[in-house]
Ligand binder design. Structure first.
Ligand code: G3I
Length: 475
């Protein structure tokens, strides 16, 4: 890892600490000024990350490695979120599929993505009973050897990402629903002591990374969160280095625990950082508009809980597009659990979460991709197929501003449009106007609209200038 890379991570952490530290330690007037400034920054914010930053919080998403080639996906991931978690590629089965053989390429891709978008990386996860390769699960190792295997995994992975990963889920999902310790190769072989061992090893590997324990169904007061609370209290009293608790928050519509804040507060009172690490809210399909509205209110309510607690440093959603979510594959007939729909169009949940953070859906005019040249839109005009009497064209436009309705113009020097999809077409001579149809007029800031058409000409021509709502886009 380069010094530049290390510096980027440290600067990010320092910035976050400054923001939250100012609010906590400043005098009353300074706090008021800070609150006013935050409110006005947030009010102009059209992206989640800007609005959250005004509160000194981060907003994150799980990122699927397989989607990093999709520009719509990366446009949203890079512009809306200030933290990214590897959905799968930093898990044990991906990173150490056979003993002592480490594979970092996919994790490194995420780190590169994060660094080019000024994002924090959340490491997920070091010690977990699931997505664990057979050589560990069924290895039949003695306690001494399994300890060495576990510690070697933690140390090698954390060394590799030292300075790049700000937080690690060191231990994931260690509890049963009744609050007892879950059976796994780790607990069965090493007893509960594997947890303290893992945290001590992690601190030694990267003293600057924040070390977390992460679980689901621990969000409200109850048997499982009591088990977690008792364990964490006991670890702290033994001096085990643990910095934070992750509340995964895989919720069901209308079932957000009413004790979420009270439960988080008791962990905050232990002096720990708290993070909502994997938020989604699933709905029985098909989701109707009233359910989508309620889902928005519930994303907002979880966000508000985090805002209400100084100890809560951020909210990460477990993927942002409904089509990418793990939910439909695991819960038959359920889904629509994310902020964006199957076509990466912002849902009411996105607007509600942004509003909860103090931002304005469609407000401001941020540049979602600071690396890009200035401009409100970037267009890709691709002739995907051409033959002697026809061609097929696909157009995608990334917009920096949120849209409610769009009209795209360009010229087609040769031929006429014979059919099209995802837009209504009007052609006058060489001038073409493509207008949104009922289902794709609303596009969030940083989102992408796309449409395509077929023509009756196979002639070659230079890529035309594409304008969105009257403004020329950069190519
Ligand atoms: O990589 C293989 C691929 O080679 C194979 O062809 C394909 C066939 O099914 O499977 C691929 O693996 C899948 C893997 O995701 C990577 O895409 C697994 O089947 C699939 O089960 C796995 O699901 C992941 C799940 O964890 C596994 O436990 C989800 O994507 C991921 O969102 C989910 O995330 C977990 C968190 O890590 C912990 N908290 C709960 C959360 C939701 O389950």
């Amino acid at each position: 890892m380069s010094p530049l890379v290390r510096r980027a991570a440290v600067v990010f952490a320092a910035g976050a600490a400054l923001l939250s530290g100012f609010a906590v330690h400043g005098g009353a007037q300074a706090q008021e000024r800070a609150a006013d400034a935050s409110a006005s920054v947030a009010a102009e914010a059209a992206t989640l990350r800007e609005a959250a930053a005004a509160h000194g919080k981060f907003v994150g998403t799980a990122v699927a490695d397989g989607r990093l080639g999709n520009s719509t996906y990366t446009g949203i991931a890079g512009s809306q979120f200030s933290s990214v978690t590897a959905e799968n590629v930093m898990k044990w089965e991906s990173i150490e599929p056979s003993r002592g053989s480490f594979s970092f390429a996919a994790g490194d891709r995420l780190v590169d993505f994060a660094q080019s978008h000024d994002q924090q990386v959340w490491g997920h996860t070091l010690v977990w009973h699931s997505q664990l390769p057979d050589w560990v699960r069924n290895g039949g190792f003695s306690p001494a050897v399994l300890t060495q295997v576990m510690n070697n995994h933690i140390t090698t992975v954390m060394d590799h990402y030292e300075g790049d990963v700000a937080y690690w889920d060191v231990v994931n999902e260690a509890f049963n629903e009744d609050g007892s310790l879950r059976s796994s190769v780790f607990s069965d072989t090493l007893g509960q002591g594997f947890i303290a061992e893992a945290f001590r090893t992690a601190r030694a590997a990267d003293p600057n990374a924040k070390l977390c324990i992460n679980d689901y169904n621990t969000e409200g007061l109850g048997a499982k969160s009591n088990g977690l609370y008792n364990l964490v209290s006991s670890l702290l009293s033994q001096g085990v280095p643990i910095d934070c608790v992750g509340f995964q928050s895989h919720f069901i519509l209308d079932s957000i625990p009413s004790s979420l804040q009270a439960n988080m507060q008791r962990f905050a009172d232990l002096g720990l950082e708290l993070v909502i690490t994997e938020l989604d809210i699933r709905i029985t399909l098909p989701a109707d508009s009233s359910e989508l509205q309620r889902q928005g209110q519930q994303f907002a309510s979880v966000t508000n809980t985090c805002l209400a607690l100084d100890a809560c440093k951020g909210v990460t959603v477990w993927g942002f597009g409904d089509a990418d979510s793990w939910v439909p594959g695991v819960f038959d007939g359920q889904g629509a659990a994310c902020l964006y729909d199957n076509n990466y169009q912002a849902k009411p949940a996105f607007d509600a979460m942004l509003t909860a953070l103090g931002g304005t859906p469609g407000g401001g005019d941020p540049d979602p991709d600071p690396g890009d040249p200035p401009g409100d839109c970037r267009a890709t005009y691709t002739v995907t197929n051409r033959w002697n009497a026809g061609s097929v064209v696909q157009v995608s436009i990334v917009t920096d501003s949120a849209l409610s309705g769009w009209s795209v113009t360009f010229s087609l020097p040769s031929g006429r449009i014979t059919s099209g999809w995802n837009a209504a077409y009007a052609q006058s001579g060489t001038s073409v106007t493509a207008t949104n149809v009922s289902y794709n007029g609303s596009v969030g800031a940083g989102g992408t609209l796309s449409f395509g058409f077929q023509t009756d000409s196979g002639a070659q021509y230079a890529t035309p200038t594409v304008s969105l709502n009257g403004e020329a886009c950069s190519a």
